[in-house]
Design a protein. Structure first.
Length: 143
């Protein structure tokens, strides 16, 4: 694998897109080709949600087709999980990986907890920090 030190973090105000006539921004962490920063290898898009408990919801993990199998998705997930640890925030996502994809099961292997049969996962950097009723309210929000 080549040098992947080119990691770009965009805040919502720097990553705006128009949705139904309204400008909406999301956080983005992107690994780019160090020789050509216009070419991205893997990226995650996520948003911060403050209620009922502060957390991040990862809504997109994408890897360029030509870069699959090079562990770029794992590297960009390392960056996202480091943010969860640093901010002490929960993470949620919905798994869109197909059963026959070699990446299937990636989130569980990384320590994400599967919450339901639809593929909703949670990452808790501080297990036991939140009360069980508060955690259940969060889980009910996404399942």
């Amino acid at each position: 694998m080549e040098n992947i030190s080119n990691i770009i973090y965009k805040k919502p105000e720097d990553n705006l897109e128009e949705i139904r006539g309204k400008k909406v921004g999301s956080h983005e962490i992107t690994i780019v080709d160090p020789d050509n920063p216009e070419n991205w290898r893997s990226k995650v898009n996520f948003e911060y949600v403050s209620r009922p408990l502060p957390h991040y919801y990862l809504h997109t993990l994408d890897t360029d087709l030509a870069e699959r199998g090079q562990r770029y998705a794992s590297k960009v997930m390392d960056e996202f999980e480091a943010l969860l640890h640093k901010t002490k925030r929960l993470g949620f996502l919905e798994d869109g990986i197909e059963l026959n994809d070699p990446a299937y099961g990636m989130y569980e292997r990384r320590g994400w907890r599967k919450l339901d049969e639809h593929g909703i996962y949670m990452f808790d950097p501080r297990p036991g920090h939140y009360s069980e009723p508060a955690m259940q309210e969060m889980i009910n929000r996404y399942t």
